[in-house]
Design a protein around this ligand. Structure first.
Ligand SMILES: Nc1ncnc2c1ncn2[C@@H]1O[C@H](COP(=O)(O)OP(=O)(O)OP(=O)(O)O)[C@@H](O)[C@H]1O
Length: 809
């Protein structure tokens, strides 16, 4: 790079920075002023309006004044937000205003444009010349998509053709150009090398300066209803997803806001890991949740749904336990398309027979029996959908209940309860009654009606037996209060016995076949049935039953929907079953979906292959509305680690390593676990000394994490953090973590605690080991006593180094 170029760029940088600084200083009082104004209006809101409701006209006038005042307030607040956002953007730009430049000669124009690209736009005083272009503008897409030469970009009014004459990358810190490269490649590897060579952080970073072409296509795709990304470990799926959120928020800033986007993440800790990316880009965070939180919310009060982590812990630790094989078959079947179809058929069957209801009981007797409900329900027109009939039944029940409530007032317990009211309670209710104008009106009306019906002269005030009437009213009130929970229950459909209806699926094979028309039934069905019933009996739900249960519940009670959400993102999408996707589709009917995942990391039994030709995901919205992207280049790990890890997968050949050099993975064995633990502690110390701050000891299960944590401490391991499913914050340091909780995150160095054939020998453990090893950015160590996992034994020996544990106690 010419010194002169460098100097010119530094001068331009200084000029842009001083303009930024000047604008920030200029806006500062305005921003503060608007804030004060808005809060002043808010404070004086009620002083400005006179509430007058004496006549209809006064009321209307009051109403309009309030509306007007709130419109003024809202406008000021919007103005303040816009200004504050501009101001914040400029402050964010100041230390490093841009990271890229392209010179673009548009066809037909005389001179090329210099386009500088940063995290947001900045326009010169003339209001026309862009000193910095936001990375999300159409013109900036060329920076990611094209190399110098013929280039074009698409705007809302059509395609613009021309030639890219220069493409330059910058690393700018605190107003100084630290590095500058002219790139021939789409995005020069040099800069990416530097970025990827850095240490892991407890928070993910934005990648806008080095987005790769194939990632850019995902970020900017705005046509598909369903966008599926299958990508190797470390290929930037999560990164692409987050920059995509920022892109959508920019492109649709007039119509959508961050809270209309929801991201499903694999565990709560992951939420903390990615929480700073969007704010770093000047955008608000989208909503974040886990599927588990959803299940707990919708099922939690009536049943205890097992969480996915307990399920996987069972799968990984209970081999050979009674019922294990059946449970495994059950997990697989209950996540399948076949079961979904069976439940839909079950819905039709229930339309004709077999609905179960809960009697409505009061004071130890049935007010309305399940039998009455069944008769009523099947008395409705059978061509009506199940759901409509349930609603009709609900309406009928509410009416019935109202008349039963009236009758109940005559029951002796009401009088008894009145007698038992102590003086204070009586006085309280009495007082309330007196204050309650409505109740007086009722008493008054009651008197009038009596007068009419009985054709009797209305008693004088003095004749009116207030004591008696009030006692009646008290009685009513008591019954009403007691009936309230029943009413609420009916409104919440508690008269439908969902538990019984779901349980009826698991009686025996013949019944199941009859109710569902199922053609395929797992071989261990009788055992699956007894396990499921047993768990329901204890008011618990296996994880694999939770979503199907919810599906049946909603088939009968109606689907809860959220029409506000416009985009749904599912990270680690391979871990969701067909059911879960069907459920998400129903829950968010107006949303577009982006699903990112890696079948190579499908460690849960209910996995979905995102990219398979018959993937249920493609069927969800249909092929025409679905786009499938594939990312094969792995950015996280060094070349040596990628070459080692991809050899674990059956189809790992297509994974491409990014050219970043490091040490080969190190395999350490010993016959003595204590000695091995001592070796691990010594290795951790030397990794720390080399400057690696984030180190994970990855175990297969939570149980093994506890054991490892304790024995490493005994061997002198200090400052270890034990990560469990309850850990919400991802912190830098040395952590002991089960592999399924380390999904999606990364560490400078990974130490696999036990890579023996005992730990990772079965076929379903291959992907677990792959997931564990692919968390490593710079160093990977594996330890074991006994024999190496067969997935490692099969490797060519030049993929790793070997050593014996040498430390002695
Ligand atoms: N274009 C890029 N520029 C710089 N860094 C990148 C780029 N793409 C990915 N990375 C980095 O690579 C690492 C892995 O990215 P990310 O976590 O998004 O991958 P992933 O596909 O979601 O991985 P996994 O499936 O293993 O969870 C991160 O450190 C990320 O910052």
């Amino acid at each position: 790079m010419q010194t002169q170029d460098w100097q010119l760029e530094q001068e331009r940088l200084e000029s842009v920075r001083s303009k930024l600084q000047a604008r920030i200083t200029e806006l500062e009082p305005e921003v503060a002023g608007m804030r004060d104004q808005a809060s002043e209006i808010r404070k004086r809101f009620w002083e400005e309006v006179t509430i007058n409701t004496s006549t209809h006209e006064d009321f209307e006038e009051t109403f309009y004044t309030i509306n007007q005042q709130s419109a003024v307030l809202a406008e000021r607040e919007r103005g303040h937000m816009r200004l504050a956002q501009q101001w914040n953007n400029m402050k964010r730009l100041l230390p490093s205003p841009y990271f890229g430049r392209i010179d673009f000669q548009e066809k037909g124009l005389a001179l090329p444009d210099q386009i500088y690209i940063g995290v947001s736009s900045f326009v010169d005083e003339d209001g026309l010349s862009f000193l910095i272009y936001d990375w999300r503008t159409p013109i900036a897409s060329m920076y990611y998509d094209s190399s110098p030469g013929v280039a074009s970009y698409v705007t809302p009014i059509g395609r613009i053709d021309g030639t890219m004459e220069l493409k330059r990358q910058f690393q700018i810190h605190n107003g100084e150009i630290r590095n500058m490269f002219d790139a021939n490649e789409t995005i020069g590897d040099q800069l990416l090398q530097q970025v990827l060579g850095k240490g892991a952080d407890s928070q993910m970073k934005s990648i806008v300066a080095t987005i790769q072409k194939e990632q850019n296509a995902i970020i900017r795709n705005d046509t598909s209803r369903m966008l599926i990304v299958q990508g190797a470990a470390g290929s930037g799926k999560t990164s692409a997803a987050l920059q995509r959120v920022a892109y959508l928020l920019y492109k649709h800033r007039q119509t959508i806001s961050a809270d209309q986007i929801v991201l499903f993440s694999p565990n709560p800790m992951f939420g903390s890991y990615i929480s700073t990316v969007l704010p770093e880009l000047g955008e608000d965070n989208m909503q974040q949740t886990t599927f588990q939180q959803f299940l707990d919310y919708w099922l939690g009060s009536s049943l205890r749904p097992e969480d996915v982590f307990d399920q996987i812990e069972y799968v990984l630790t209970s081999h050979g336990a009674p019922g294990y094989e059946a449970r495994l078959q059950g997990i697989e079947y209950k996540a399948s398309d076949a079961f979904l179809q069976a439940l839909q058929n079950y819905g039709n069957w229930l339309g004709q027979e077999g609905m179960r209801f809960n009697s409505i009981r009061f004071r130890n007797r049935d007010l309305i029996t399940a039998e009455q409900m069944r008769a009523k329900f099947y008395g409705y027109d059978r061509s009506l959908p199940l759901l409509n009939r349930v609603v009709l039944l609900q309406e009928w029940l509410l009416k019935e209940l109202a008349s039963l409530e009236r009758k109940e007032r005559e029951e002796s317990w009401v009088q008894e309860e009145l007698n038992y009211l102590d003086n204070d309670q009586y006085a309280d209710i009495f007082e309330v009654l007196h204050k309650d104008k409505e109740v007086f009106d009722i008493a008054e009306q009651y008197a009038k009606v009596r007068e009419k019906i009985g054709n009797k002269r209305r008693e004088d005030e003095g004749d009116f037996d207030f004591a008696q009437k009030e006692e009646e009213l008290l009685g009513r009130k008591i019954v009403k209060e007691r009936f309230n929970p029943l009413r609420k229950g009916i409104k919440k459909f508690s008269f439908v016995d969902i538990k019984g209806i779901y349980g009826d699926l698991f009686v025996d094979e013949a019944a199941y076949r009859e109710k569902t028309n199922a053609t395929f039934i797992p071989t261990l069905w009788p055992e699956i049935c007894s396990q499921t019933k047993e768990s329901l009996l204890q008011n618990a739900l296996f994880h694999e039953d939770a979503t199907p249960y919810l599906y049946v519940k909603e088939m009968i009670e109606g689907v809860r929907t959220n029409t506000e959400i416009k985009y749904v993102f599912v990270d680690e999408g391979q871990d969701y079953s067909t059911f879960q996707y069907e459920y998400l589709k129903k829950l968010f009917p107006r949303a577009r979906m982006t699903v990112l995942g890696d079948f190579g990391q499908a460690i849960f039994t209910q996995a979905t292959n995102l990219a398979a030709a018959d993937s249920p995901l493609v069927r969800l919205y249909g092929e025409a509305e679905t786009s499938l992207f594939s990312l094969v280049r792995s950015y996280r790990s060094t070349k040596e680690i990628v070459e080692f890890t991809r050899a674990m997968l059956l189809d790992g050949d297509e994974i491409v390593a990014f050219e970043r050099k490091g040490l080969k993975p190190l395999l350490t064995r010993s016959n003595d676990r204590e000695k091995l633990d001592a070796q691990m502690v010594a290795d951790i110390a030397s990794l720390r000394a080399e400057g690696f701050d984030s180190i994970a000891i990855i175990t297969k299960t939570a149980a093994e994490s506890h054991k490892a944590y304790e024995s490493l401490q005994i061997q002198g391991g200090e400052a270890l953090q034990l990560v469990t499913k309850e850990t919400f914050n991802f912190e830098k340091g040395i952590m002991v973590i089960p592999v399924y909780l380390a999904k999606g995150v990364e560490f400078d160095a990974v130490l696999v605690y036990d890579a023996s054939s005992g730990a990772y020998g079965r076929d379903n453990e291959r992907k677990l080991l792959y997931t564990a090893c692919t968390r490593a950015m710079h160093r990977l160590h594996l330890y074991m006593t006994g024999d190496w996992s067969p997935f490692i034994q099969a490797f060519p020996v030049d993929l790793y180094e070997e050593s014996e544990a040498y430390t002695t106690e």
